[in-house]
Design a protein around this ligand. Structure first.
Ligand SMILES: NC(=O)c1ccc[n+]([C@@H]2O[C@H](COP(=O)([O-])OP(=O)(O)OC[C@H]3O[C@@H](n4cnc5c(N)ncnc54)[C@H](OP(=O)(O)O)[C@@H]3O)[C@@H](O)[C@H]2O)c1
Ligand SMILES: [Mg+2]
Length: 348
């Protein structure tokens, strides 16, 4: 176990790595339900780690075709969801969060007999009560802190993506052993895993993607781009400045060296500008808005509204909102610049 300390030396977290996990999945059959980002990424890692793994999908979907391409064999390692659940000891539910409650009720619950373990990669449906598992099954979580394709890429490099692990229900008494063995099998214990709760995983995950990773940063870049365009600057110049450099050059520096380390690697003038204008833009008021988002997450309002919208409109409303973003000049310009810069790369 590796301690993380606060600036006064007090231990405030502990990360588990390979040597801390001695349990294994031997004798257990694992069914991965779903084959998109996480389902594909994780199931291929389990397979290469020697886990007895099968994939459960609906026939005819895009995932079924993809699984066939990856060598999963119908009838033995690829089957329809109820058959996979029947055959498995551990069921890892990796279909869309919105669809999980209906698929669980129809295709999973009837075959989820006592002693099995139900596993998630996001606490959404357990925490917000879209799914209530029976008391005689274990309920646990392995939530990689990165997209499924990166889970796979890192594993192929002999490493892994860090992950959160949690146990919601330990009916068998071995839920922690099994979930840690799963974390090890996908390489997550190489960088490290943190034991947490479903509540903390889901609330922090939604918060991060909303205010920072996916929501906040996109709006910040849009504001910066529009400011330059409205002041008469060239669009390609504006794109390179506020988007290209952020994601391609500055974010990787901060990823590897931290924010301070990133600032130590830019010019002195950039450093001065950062401390002068960063706090001027990202004011205490922005933090207040972040707190409001967190309140809506913690109260369940965000989840309730999203599930209600899904039930009424499916993904139509979300897609219309995303189409508006797609039509923004930053996206239109960026796409062209990327294609000119990288004609041989898989770019959009
Ligand atoms: N995306 C990430 O990187 C990430 C990171 C951490 C945690 N997670 C969590 O991992 C889980 C899976 O997320 P994801 O992004 O990999 O998948 P996703 O894109 O949200 O969902 C797509 C998968 O769900 C299946 N699916 C959707 N509706 C279905 C239905 N009615 N019946 C049967 N299958 C259905 C699809 O199968 P078809 O092809 O047959 O439609 C496909 O396999 C979620 O709990 C998510 O929160 C994701
Ligand atoms: Mg998330």
């Amino acid at each position: 176990m590796k301690p993380i300390k606060d600036p006064n030396g007090k231990v405030i977290a502990e990360l588990l790595q390979d040597e801390d996990v001695t349990s294994s999945l031997s004798g257990k059959k694992l069914a991965v339900i779903g084959y998109a980002s996480q389902g594909r990424g994780q199931s291929l890692c389990y397979r290469d780690s020697g886990v007895d793994v099968i994939v459960g999908l609906r026939k005819g979907g895009a995932s079924w075709a993809r699984a066939l391409e990856d060598g999963w064999a119908p009838g033995t390692t690829l089957m329809e969801i109820p058959d996979a659940v029947k055959a498995a000891d551990i069921v890892l539910l990796l279909i869309a969060d919105t669809a999980q409650p209906e698929v669980y009720a129809k295709s999973i619950a009837p075959s989820l007999s006592a002693g099995k373990m139900l596993v998630f990669s996001h606490g959404f449906n357990i925490h917000f009560k879209g799914i209530a598992a029976p008391k005689d099954v274990d309920v646990a979580m392995i939530a990689p802190k990165g997209p499924g394709f990166v889970v796979r890429q890192e594993y192929e490099k002999g490493f892994g993506v860090p992950a959160l692990v949690a146990v919601h229900q330990d009916a068998s008494g071995s839920a922690w052993d099994l979930i840690l063995a799963m974390a090890k099998a996908i390489g997550a214990t190489k960088p490290g895993v943190l034991k947490t709760t479903f509540k903390d995983e889901v609330e922090s995950d939604l918060f991060g993607e909303q205010v920072d990773l996916c929501g906040g940063v996109v709006e910040m870049v849009k504001h910066a781009y529009e400011t330059l365009i409205e002041a008469g600057y060239n669009p390609a110049l504006a794109y390179w400045e506020v988007h290209h450099e952020l994601y391609g050059l500055i974010a990787p520096l901060a990823y590897q060296y931290g924010n301070y380390g990133m600032l130590s690697r830019v010019s002195l003038t950039a450093r001065k500008g950062a401390v002068v204008s960063g706090p001027r833009v990202m004011t205490a008021d922005v933090k207040e808005r972040m707190k409001e988002c967190l309140v809506d997450i913690q109260s369940g309002k965000f989840a309730k509204d999203w599930m209600a919208e899904y039930k009424e409109h499916g993904y139509a409303k979300l897609n219309a909102e995303l189409d508006m973003l797609k039509a923004h000049q930053l996206e239109v310009v960026g796409k062209q610049v990327r294609r000119i810069m990288w004609p041989k790369k898989d770019v959009e």
